[in-house]
Design a binder for this molecule. Structure first.
Ligand code: PAF
Length: 287
């Protein structure tokens, strides 16, 4: 697996693979890779002949006071993880390579509606930063397909909308969330948790499961269900940012006849912000 740092080298390597008739898959990341990321690369390798991954901690998607500076940079370990998972080429650019004229004058990509609310409410500008860097990376790599984790459910919805709206000829594949044995969704930010916080963190997923069970049993009293979930989070020592039941595709607040739902949550443990979600399809009509 080669690591390149410039767009020029990236394009030359991808052009060689294309010249050999290879189908190109792309897995964008911010590094500090865990087995959730490895699963994205494995999926990419199953669907294509040449897998490109990127590692770039994108300043444009971090707000003031967020964890841009302390976000873990672990390139050597990440290279080993990528190689093992079947990656062929790593693009690991510096900020100057991605934003040579500075971020202030960078053309932005903004995806309305889907970027609003949920994580967009507490992280203004976040999804514009994500959509902008992902569209730049897509133009640099020009893959046939790209794989993203479903853990960042709203991000995946934003990227699908961007690709559709801007007619990008790239197939977007969502890969299920990888969880620790106790249910906690794997995330680079889990590394910020103290041992006590790490022991509490699975409550986030337990609350999603409890809500899904209630909905599965036919409950449609969304606001009572959500209030119960909020109370559960608070009692366990988490500080909820949001807990919502939404339509799985539109991300609009769920209505009683919706069948495809996603329960989404974000909560703080100390200063660490964790997110998770659970998709469910309801067969039964409302009780
Ligand atoms: O999910 C991430 O790691 C990032 O938001 C992404 C998609 C690599 C864009 O910086």
């Amino acid at each position: 697996m080669n690591t390149v740092k410039t767009v020029r080298e990236l394009r030359a390597a991808v052009a060689r693979a294309r010249g050999e008739g290879k189908r190109i898959a792309f897995v964008p990341t911010m590094g500090n890779l865990h087995s959730g990321h490895a699963a994205l690369v494995v999926k990419a390798a199953q669907r294509a002949d040449f897998v490109v991954a990127s590692i770039f901690v994108n300043p444009l998607q971090f707000g003031a006071g967020e964890d841009l500076d302390k976000y873990p940079r672990t390139l050597v370990a990440d290279q080993a993880t990528l190689l093992q998972a079947g990656c062929n080429l790593l693009f690991a650019p510096a900020v100057e390579e991605m934003y040579p004229d500075g971020m202030g004058v960078q053309t932005r990509v903004s995806v309305p509606h889907l970027s609003e609310g949920l994580c967009g409410a507490s992280r203004p500008g976040h999804f514009e930063g994500v959509a902008t860097v992902v569209s730049k990376l897509f133009n640099m790599v020009q893959p046939d397909l790209a794989v993203f984790g479903e853990k960042d459910y709203q991000q995946l919805a934003v990227i699908r909308a961007m690709v559709r709206d801007l007619n990008m000829p790239i197939q977007i594949i969502g890969e299920p969330t990888v969880r620790a044995e106790d249910g906690l969704a794997l995330s680079s930010r889990n590394g910020y948790l103290s041992p006590d916080q790490r022991a509490t963190a699975p409550v986030l997923y337990q609350v999603l499961r409890a809500l899904a069970e209630g909905l599965g049993r036919g409950r449609r009293d969304f606001s009572t269900l959500l209030a119960e979930g909020q109370a559960h989070l608070i009692n366990a020592g988490l500080r909820p940012d949001y807990l919502e039941i939404r339509h799985a595709l539109t991300l609009k607040p769920a209505v009683i006849d919706d069948r495809d739902l996603v329960i989404l949550a974000a909560a703080y443990l100390g200063t660490t912000r964790l997110i998770d979600n659970l998709y469910l399809h309801l067969e039964e009509p409302a009780a």
